[in-house]
Design a protein. Structure first.
Length: 265
C-alpha cells in the first residue's frame, strides 16, 4: 500500500463549550519529492475525545464560530442572509481547519446546507488570533484516472504501480475497465494544493504512467463546485504545468456554479 503523506500528529483536546462542533484533528503534512520544502497543515477526522491540542487551535475555532454566530463583518452577514451553515446541537459545524504557516493565518471551513461549497472565516494566528475576513470557497476533488475498454483493471493497476482508491469493471452500463487514485477525499482547501499532491504522488511512477497512456485513457480530473456569486478561478502555476508536462497528462475540469442570489448589506 502506498503511503500518501508522512504524518507527525499535532494534537486534539476536549473543548467542553464547543464539543459538538469539533471534529477535525490538525496534522502536519510534510510533502516529499515534488515540493520537497513545502509543508502545510491538513485535517483528518478523529474522535473528539482525543487529548492534547494547543490552546491556540481552540482559540482559532472559537473565534471563527463566534463570527458565524455573532457576525461582525458585513460580508459575513451578507452571506448568512441567504445561506444556512450546517449546525449540530445549534453550534456551527467546523468541516476543516487549514493553517498557513508561512502567512501565519488560518482558514476555518463551515459547510453550507444543500451546497458543496463552504463559508470560510480567515484569521491571523500571530501574535494572537484575530479575525481577518470571510468568503466563500469552492469544494473540489482532484484525482488521477485510467480507463480502457480492452484491458482488464488488474492489468491497468499493475502497470501503473500505484495503489488505486477505486476500481471498476466494464459491464452493462459501464463502457470501460478503470481505476482512480485520489489522495484526499476532503473537498475543502485549494484545488492547486490538491493538484500538487497528485502530481507529487505520480512523479516517481513517470515511466509507468507513460506506459499506461499507450494502452489506456489517462489523465487528471478536477471537479469544482463554486458559489455563483463569488467563484474564483483555478491557477496553473509553472510548477504544476512542468509536473503535468513531465507526466504527459491532460487535465479535465468540470465546473459547477450554484447557490442563491446575493443580496445587499
Amino acid at each position: 500500500m502506498l503511503s500518501f503523506y508522512h504524518f507527525s500528529p499535532c494534537c486534539m483536546a476536549r473543548y467542553p463549550s464547543l464539543s459538538s462542533s469539533l471534529g477535525p484533528l490538525l496534522v502536519r503534512v510534510t510533502k516529499t519529492g515534488y515540493t520537497p520544502h513545502r509543508s502545510t497543515i491538513l485535517s483528518i477526522t478523529t474522535p473528539i475525545q482525543e487529548r492534547g491540542c494547543s490552546l491556540n487551535e481552540q482559540a482559532i475555532r472559537e473565534a471563527a464560530i463566534a463570527e458565524i454566530l455573532h457576525s461582525t463583518l458585513p460580508i459575513t452577514r451578507q452571506f448568512l442572509a441567504v445561506h444556512k451553515v450546517v449546525l449540530k446541537e445549534r453550534v456551527p459545524v467546523v468541516e476543516d481547519v487549514i493553517l498557513r504557516e508561512e502567512e501565519q493565518t488560518a482558514e476555518v471551513y463551515f459547510p453550507i446546507e444543500g451546497e458543496r461549497y463552504y463559508l470560510v472565516v480567515y484569521l491571523d494566528v500571530e501574535p494572537h488570533v484575530a479575525l481577518r475576513w470571510a468568503g466563500m470557497s469552492a469544494g473540489s476533488c482532484v484525482y488521477f484516472s485510467a480507463k480502457s475498454a480492452e484491458h482488464q483493471v488488474d492489468e491497468l493497476v499493475t502497470m501503473a504501480g500505484v495503489e488505486p482508491t477505486r476500481t471498476w469493471e466494464k459491464g452493462k452500463h459501464i463502457r470501460h475497465h478503470g481505476f482512480e487514485v485520489r489522495p484526499s477525499f476532503k473537498e475543502t482547501g485549494d484545488v492547486e494544493d490538491k493538484l500538487r499532491t497528485i502530481i507529487s504522488l505520480l512523479l516517481p511512477y513517470t515511466a509507468n504512467v507513460h506506459a499506461l497512456s499507450a494502452i489506456a485513457d489517462v489523465g487528471i480530473n478536477i471537479a469544482y463546485w463554486g458559489y455563483k456569486e463569488q467563484m474564483w478561478g483555478i491557477h496553473f502555476g509553472t510548477d504544476i504545468i512542468q509536473g503535468l508536462a513531465v507526466l504527459n497528462l491532460s487535465v479535465d475540469v468540470d465546473l459547477y456554479a450554484s447557490g442563491p442570489d446575493l443580496g445587499t448589506c
